[in-house]
Design a protein around this ligand. Structure first.
Ligand code: ZN
Ligand code: ZN
Length: 162
């Protein structure tokens, strides 16, 4: 890994034009989700949820097994603002769709801790192995990535994490 890759948003140019069917939008160098869905196709950008720089946030139901809450994530990749529930860093959460309450699909282990796991925010309104954003279920873990047409489009990595 090179110096400039450390703790920065890494944009990889797709080989061809991104599919117009998905909701991944690239504003200059900023990757942003225009919609995100649970495996059943509910839009996680619920009406009335907080927005970030004018863009609707991604609303998730979260629980640490004791306290349930709602948290809204910024749709802008690499923007780590969150509004709503708060937990101590390192808390392992269950992330659910706030509409149908189904758990978000685990898709890959995250290297932040033994409990680290990426869950899928689909960018098409169904379960897809090629169109999703991955966010870690460990509170405070900033690792995330966006996959579009099966390719990693954008990735946020943290070096030397905890
Ligand atoms: Zn749902
Ligand atoms: Zn993690």
């Amino acid at each position: 890994m090179t110096e400039e890759e450390k703790g920065k948003l890494i944009i990889r140019e797709p080989d061809r034009e991104p599919s117009s069917k998905t909701t991944v939008v690239k504003d200059e160098e900023i990757m942003r989700l225009e919609a995100a869905f649970c495996a059943r196709g509910d839009n996680l950008m619920i009406e009335g949820a907080p927005s970030f720089d004018g863009h609707p946030g991604i609303c998730l139901e979260v629980t640490d097994g004791k306290t349930e809450g709602l948290v809204t994530l910024s749709p802008i990749h690499g923007d780590h603002r969150k509004i709503g529930a708060d937990y101590p860093p390192g808390t392992v959460l269950t992330l659910r769709c706030p509409v149908c309450h189904v758990e978000l699909d685990p898709i890959a282990p995250c290297s932040c801790s033994p409990e680290g796991m990426f869950v899928a925010l689909y960018t098409v309104p169904k379960r897809s192995a090629r169109h999703f954003a991955g966010v870690c279920r460990v509170w405070g873990c900033l690792r995330s990535f966006i996959k579009d047409s099966g390719k990693i489009m954008s990735e946020f990595r943290v070096e030397g994490g905890k």
